[in-house]
Design a protein around this ligand. Structure first.
Ligand code: 13P
Ligand code: SF4
Length: 299
């Protein structure tokens, strides 16, 4: 399958992008692997005719919004992020009516429709920097309450209004599970994604995006880590640090949607070009503005 994928990729001038939560064998054949921010930048710069995005729908959608003339394919169009939908209908309008200087800051893990109603997008690796750079005092942060609260702590000068959405995978990690790992491995450093609950972040030595966690582990002198994010990161962590040990809360955090990006699905979509991401042109134009603003402010 890997050879066939390689041949088709070359013949069709296709590029494969994979998130760190995609299955290991897909990360292995991908041209670019990274966190949400890196992949959005790569998608924007790509010279390929076809982008195969091994992630979840908001990622494929963002790639299409940034590249309307390219064919964006996903190995499985069912792969979705439940959090991307977690904003109540009318909540944004209600908040705009309440505060006249409001900025709606939208985590990239959101539908294109939510992006259309937002002022700027952020990812976990640039949210603090972007919120700090905004002139607005009042910020409505959607959809993730956990990333929103983490940003609010780093930017106390702003009034950050939280929305009650969350990632079910990260929110399921408990402080008790982390403590159980810490009891077994007392010297381990706790690395967490900001989508985790406050009680987990309080036990953490380092908080960052998937790429930041991977880079921290590589540069650290420590040898043992408790990793509080989806276990797909283990592929990169182990390949870069074969002599270090990585432990996960039990049960292992696993995003079933990300795991739909199998090697067989990648091969099939490259052969048939049948799972194409489409975005209504009016929606695309509106959703492009907050995405471009993010790319600009994060520079
Ligand atoms: P990052 O890769 O930007 O840290 O995002 C994590 C995530 O949950 C993507 O779905
Ligand atoms: Fe969405 Fe969570 Fe899966 Fe990331 S890990 S895609 S935030 S459900």
């Amino acid at each position: 399958m890997k050879d066939q994928i390689e041949q088709l990729k070359r013949a069709k001038n296709a590029v494969i992008l994979a998130h760190y939560y995609a299955p290991a064998e897909v990360q292995e054949i991908a041209d670019f692997v990274g966190d949400s921010f890196y992949l959005a930048k790569i998608a924007k710069q790509s010279k390929a005719d076809i982008i195969v995005f091994c992630g979840v729908s908001f990622m494929g959608e963002s790639a299409k919004i940034l590249n309307p003339d390219k064919k964006v394919l996903m190995p499985d169009l069912v792969a979705d992020c439940p959090m991307a939908h977690m904003v109540a209908r009318g909540a944004i309008d209600e908040m705009r009516a309440k505060y006249n200087d409001l900025a709606v800051v939208c985590y990239i893990n959101s539908t294109a429709e939510l992006k259309c109603q937002s002022d700027v997008c952020v990812t976990s690796s640039n949210a603090v920097k972007i919120v700090k750079a905004l002139p607005n005092k009042n910020i409505f942060f959607i959809p993730d309450r956990n990333l929103g609260r983490f940003v609010a702590e780093q930017v106390p000068e702003k009034n950050i209004i939280l929305n009650d959405g969350c990632c079910p995978i990260h929110a399921a990690i408990t402080a008790q599970q982390v403590k159980a790992e810490k009891d077994k491995h007392p010297d381990a450093i706790v690395l967490s994604h900001p989508e985790c609950d406050a009680s987990v972040l309080a036990l953490s030595d380092y908080i960052g995006s998937t790429a930041e966690i991977i880079s921290f582990a590589k540069n650290s002198v420590a040898n043992e880590f408790i990793v509080c994010t989806e276990d797909g990161v283990n592929y990169k962590l182990l390949s870069e640090n074969p002599n270090k040990c990585f432990y996960y809360p039990k049960p292992h955090p696993c995003c079933a949607d990300m795991k739909l990006n199998t090697l067989a699905a990648v091969l099939s979509v490259l052969e048939k070009e049948d799972k194409e991401v489409t975005v209504n042109e009016d929606v695309r134009r509106k959703a492009l503005l907050p995405l471009e603003k993010m790319l600009e402010l994060a520079k």
